[in-house]
Design a protein around this ligand. Structure first.
Ligand SMILES: NC(=O)c1ccc[n+]([C@@H]2O[C@H](COP(=O)([O-])OP(=O)(O)OC[C@H]3O[C@@H](n4cnc5c(N)ncnc54)[C@H](O)[C@@H]3O)[C@@H](O)[C@H]2O)c1
Length: 340
């Protein structure tokens, strides 16, 4: 891509996440505008277009990706469409911010790595936005300052109010827990070597295949560990936290901007059921960092295709562990020079 003053972005998938990226990129990110949108549901595309000064509505995602009016692409369609659309972006030579997960199978993630490696330039960024969340980056800064001694253990909590009936443990690990695996890798600066997962169905009325409360344990490189809870029918709201326990202290994410409320004989904080709310700022910072990296032709500071691939390999190992009840090793294979 030639150096530009403004990046024309095309958005594929304009549901909740895609519309948020469109709105952010068009109104809150200097140096970017949304030129084009596509969604299989054209009413969703029309809504996003109306928020972005009548961005062109496409009827085919690959036509959008190949359009000369599109410099870079955001993919925010359902998980199982990500890998193929990302491959189409690499083929067209268009940088892409692909929402997580990069793929839903290890083979598909590997295909993206192979295509990008053959292209010999990093084109793919992955939407692990916790890497831009001010609470998470404050924890990272405290840990990397060295004042707390060596990091030892990551502890995570990830709760959703509810998920659709029939959501399986494998889907939760692929769609939700990937954020936690990436958070552990990011905050501990270590690689996952082995995984162990247990899960249970929290209510008799749920589908027989549902394991909606999962606990995972990761053995990490450099003698570090991670344990996390992912509970997706927590009812009361959406909440995420991460704590890093170090030799001489700990650092935990906090939400300092919340008001403490006293009412009905209770004192506490409201919890939103909307996953957008806690990470509203992170999505904007992520979009700004992505556009800046394109304008300046510099490295994107967020997750790349290799991080997306690693998360998929860890996810696949976790699914195997959930189903077998065994500890499963994580084998990443050789890291191409592009990602060193
Ligand atoms: N980074 C995050 O925190 C975060 C948060 C939420 C969602 N996501 C990811 O973003 C993606 C979208 O999630 P969402 O919550 O916006 O879902 P959503 O259901 O609100 O939106 C998905 C949109 O994709 C459209 N769509 C369906 N099939 C399509 C296709 N083949 N091509 C193009 N569009 C298609 C749907 O019509 C819908 O408008 C998912 O991959 C999800 O995992 C990431």
């Amino acid at each position: 891509m030639n150096r530009k003053e403004r990046i024309a972005v095309g958005i594929v998938g304009t549901g909740g996440m895609g519309t948020r990226h469109a709105d952010n990129l068009h109104h809150l990110v200097g140096g970017a505008y949304v030129s084009s949108v596509f969604d299989v549901d054209q009413s969703h595309a029309a809504h996003a277009s109306s928020l972005c000064d009548s961005a062109e509505i496409f009827t085919d995602p690959v036509a959008l990706i190949n359009s000369p009016k599109v410099d870079a692409v955001v993919i925010a369609s359902p998980d199982d469409t990500h890998a193929n659309l990302t491959l189409a972006c690499i083929k067209a030579g268009k940088p892409v911010l692909c929402e997580k997960p990069l793929a839903t199978t290890v083979d598909d993630a590997r295909d993206v790595i192979a295509a990008e490696t053959a292209f010999e330039k990093k084109m793919v960024s992955v939407g692990f936005m916790r890497r831009f969340d001010p609470q998470h980056t404050a924890v990272k800064a405290a840990v990397t300052s060295g004042e707390l001694g060596l990091p030892l253990l990551w502890k995570g909590v990830h709760r959703n109010a509810s998920v659709p009936f029939g959501t399986t443990g494998a889907t939760i690990l692929t769609n939700s827990a990937g954020h936690d695996f990436d958070s552990a890798r990011f905050l501990l600066e270590a690689e996952v070597q082995e995984v162990y997962v247990r899960g249970l169905k929290t209510r008799p009325e749920l589908h027989s295949d549902t394991t909606d409360l999962l606990v995972f344990e990761l053995a990490m490189s450099d003698n570090r560990m991670a344990v996390g809870e992912v509970y997706v029918n927590a009812t009361y709201g959406y909440e995420v936290s991460a704590e890093v326990i170090c030799q001489k202290g700990t650092a935990v994410t906090l939400q300092p901007d919340r008001a403490m409320v006293r009412a009905n004989a209770h004192r506490g904080f409201y919890v939103s059921s909307d996953w957008l709310a806690p990470f509203e700022e992170a999505y904007v910072i992520e979009d700004r960092a992505w556009i800046e990296s394109l304008l300046k032709d510099t490295k994107f500071s967020g997750a790349n295709a290799w991080d997306g691939y690693v998360t998929m390999v860890v996810t696949a190992a976790c699914i195997q562990s959930l189903h077998t009840g065994k500890i499963v090793p994580v084998q990443l294979g050789e890291k191409a020079e592009l990602y060193q």
